[in-house]
Design a protein around this ligand. Sequence first.
Ligand SMILES: *Cc1c(COP(=O)(O)O)cnc(C)c1O
Ligand SMILES: [Zn+2]
Length: 396
Amino acid sequence: MITIKENPNSLITNLYCTYCAEEYSSNDIHTVCKKCGKVLYAKYDLETAKETITRKSIQARSVYNIWRWHEIMPVKEEKFRISLGEGWTPIIQLQNYGKQLSIDNLYIKDEGLNPTGSFKARGLGAAVAKAFEFGLTEFVMPTAGNAGAALTAYTAHIGGKAHIFLPKDAPKFIIKEIEVMGAEIELVDGLISDAGAKAKIEGEKYGWFNMSTLKEPYRIEGKKTMGLELAEQFSWTLPDMIIYPTGGGTGIVGMWKAFDEMEQMGLIDSKRPKMVTVQPSGCQPIVRAFHQGDKFAEPWKDAHSFAAGIRVPGAIADYLILNTLRESKGSAIAVEDSEIRDAMYKMAKTEGTMVAPEAAATVAAAEKLRESNFIDQKDKVVLFITGSGLTTPYDW
Ligand SMILES: *Cc1c(COP(=O)(O)O)cnc(C)c1O
Ligand SMILES: [Zn+2]
């Protein structure tokens, strides 16, 4: 019998700026790069990680949440690796819808089954755990809804306090959910960017730690677990294409980081899926920048869409998202709100899955990308169902 070695530690070595490469200690609390204001990433000692992270050892582990690969997660002490059961979501083949579109291998990864009903639980689980390890328990965040619900849940779990700023038209059920879990709520007239400006001012005034998308370095570490799981669940061969509804971009860049780390540890080869961003036609800054060949995305004016989680006019990680799409030979596509709505009903009726509007955008995109032959019949395609339809009123 082979005994599998366990290394109980996090092998985080430091943080580095994804734009100017400046390095920072992972022993101190950081937000964005002090030199250029861009996004910081965590770096790990992957040579040492390789000793205990192998295909075999990972598959033998009994932890089925974001801490399954704890060596390449940022939290150092086991007692701070809190969990509400996020992660290890199923991959399901869409037999009926796949047949309709003539895509032989069409799958979803159903992130709607996470605590609080969206993939946001992975990122905020990691971010709150790391903040807790640093002794922080009071947080502020602007959100379209799902991120606020996830932050509030994990904050309640550590006995802390969350202050959540939402646009006034955020889904009522999610506002209620956040309220019930004990956050202080402020409804803001405007978009998530307006909520963000307000959250920043209030947070600085009262000393609340700001959990805005990619303005702290650890949310993305939770998101990257989607990429780690995908590889393991598909027996260490990545699919040909991943379609992701993109707002702030943590999901797509998080998986891209995971693929890179896995290749460095010898778990996968250099083949990558084509990464495809979907945005609503009423707010598509990344789609426009991708097709114009721009390095950054100009903020979108007069943003509108009922898919609030991807109604994000400007993203701090725009350059990381665009690099990912280009390096992967992927693409970016916009879909109409009416197509998103149709796709929600289609998924419910043909596959028995209630999906959030943001998630339905990937379903609508798959149809268009098949029509244009960007998706080949033989391609193995994964749609990320980032959120559940159960928190959605279906009453427009
Ligand atoms: C937040 C959110 C998104 C967008 O994710 P990003 O990481 O911000 O790109 C997509 N779908 C749902 C359901 C969301 O809540
Ligand atoms: Zn920098």
